[in-house]
Design a protein around this ligand. Sequence first.
Ligand SMILES: [Zn+2]
Length: 213
Amino acid sequence: MGNENLWAPWRMQYIRGIEPDRPMAAQQQAQGGEQAGDPMQAETGCFLCEAAAVAPGSDEARRRLLLLRDTRGMILLNRFPYTSGHLLVAPASHVADLPDMAPPARAHLMELMTLAEQVVGLAYAPQGFNIGLNLGRCAGAGLPGHLHVHVVPRWNGDTNFMAALGQIRVVPQSLDESWKQLNQALQAIEADHDSTPADQSPDKGDASLPPGS
Ligand SMILES: [Zn+2]
């Protein structure tokens, strides 16, 4: 039996979204139009490709919980989090498996995973992380066509009595509050990088190596 969130109003959107016999128009009407076009509601299409297509920094990007988008990839909040601060890191292109990616894209994915860990670390100060990929539906991938890395903060004792006894997780913070907190952390990390004399960005290759290496 899998864990369920105790308080998770966004869960209803997800459940409505996977009802197979319900027309999209009826679903959107039922949601008062507010969530019309929600990527998780799409019958076809890929919410990661759709997130990659919106302008970074726009209201639409925030609505899609996008934290960062660069030429090769993106970092966004998981709309169905295991815990506050649960991020997804994905390539910008629709690829299902690591061997389908070019080596520079894979290397960049690792850089984004590293940045995601830093962002969650600064925002939430967790004591550990689970970072990983679910490849294929049988392995738990909710969106098997577009690979994405889960970055999940962990704390000592976060398997609390609710989870131990009731198979229930408590997600204490709204997604909007989480987005604000994580975005602040990202801005602080990027400002810190910008003030560093040697450019540490992953696209600069050897520029970040120390002298004499
Ligand atoms: Zn995609």
